[in-house]
Design a protein around this ligand. Sequence first.
Ligand SMILES: Nc1ncnc2c1ncn2[C@@H]1O[C@H](COP(=O)(O)OP(=O)(O)O)[C@@H](O)[C@H]1O
Ligand SMILES: [Mg+2]
Length: 368
Amino acid sequence: MYFKSRVVALVLAALVAIVTTAFLSLLPDSTPTVMLVAGLLSFAVTYLLVYVTFEFLVMKEIGEIYNVLNKMRKKDFSFIEEYDNGNSNHPLKRINQEIYKYGINRHREIEDLKKLEAFRREFLADVSHELKTPVFAAQGFVHTLLDGAIDDKKIRKKFLKRAAKSLDNLDSLIQDLLTLSQIETGEIKMHFEHFNIVSIAEEVIDQMESKAEDKNLTVRFDSAYETPIFVHADADRIYRVLTNLVSNAIKYTLEGGVQIGFEVKSEKVLVYVKDTGVGIPPEHLTRIFERFFRVEKSRSKEMGGTGLGLAIVKHILEAHNTKVSVISTVGKGSTFSFKLPIGQSAEEMEEELEEERLELESLGEDNR
Ligand SMILES: Nc1ncnc2c1ncn2[C@@H]1O[C@H](COP(=O)(O)OP(=O)(O)O)[C@@H](O)[C@H]1O
Ligand SMILES: [Mg+2]
């Protein structure tokens, strides 16, 4: 670069000097000394100007561009940290910044793809592992029966029951996987409506009560909700969210109980499920929403957990543009909560429609 800008400066300076001297020679009263001085001066000034412009304003930037391109070719993205976000007026600097930006975007895309690929691989491994467990167990029981255990009446029943339980686990795992994939691919569209969340929660409590009673636990509202609380959401999916949260609360609680509660805050309804259970260690709090993540693998599996319940909860709530939060203390219990937009009762909706109709009518009359 250094050599090239010098050559360009020399050639240009010589040209300017020649033109200046030639021009001066046309004037009647110019002496050779004047012509020489003018020639030398214009040569020196042009040389300096061109050289400085080239070297510091153009070549330096071009050199930088080559530098970045070279690094990108070698897949070295450490320059991203050096990238300054300033907007320059210098066109070459701008080109350089554009290349920087391009490099950064490319780099991010590649990183995302790598993450996705790792995630896919991990997921496939997890799914096969999770499927293998119940199939393997059922297979074992059935084969033992075929190998002769079928003749013993007591063992026959016991083994058949265990095989059936494994197959039930397999069934719920497949159901959960299907639900997850359907939500992800957008196959099941959310069906938003206005409904009373208190009555939905009541249904969940009714459904879960026997499960809780088996463990000597209670499931109830934290206070009496006498008036309905309307929310705008997909009722079936929210029912699913509540069942998953309450069933977890029952599963991971040894004594005490589970409470469902609501808090109405401006335009939003906060729904929470509180338990007095084993709690979740803080280092696992962010991970429990990942597929197949369990704090204690063996305990969860024993109780028929698929490890997908909270992943489904997270997905459903994301489709509602909201998210689930959790507060937990080991040994004391956990509280899962989420917000839903406040809804309208049937009467309120009718009133609103009526108001709109009246407004339209009065507009029509005004126009007449
Ligand atoms: N209420 C809770 N109390 C304590 N731990 C919980 C609670 N809810 C979820 N967890 C933890 O989060 C993990 C993931 O939950 P989930 O996705 O529903 O899977 P599963 O219930 O099948 O184990 C559970 O295995 C458990 O370790
Ligand atoms: Mg669960």
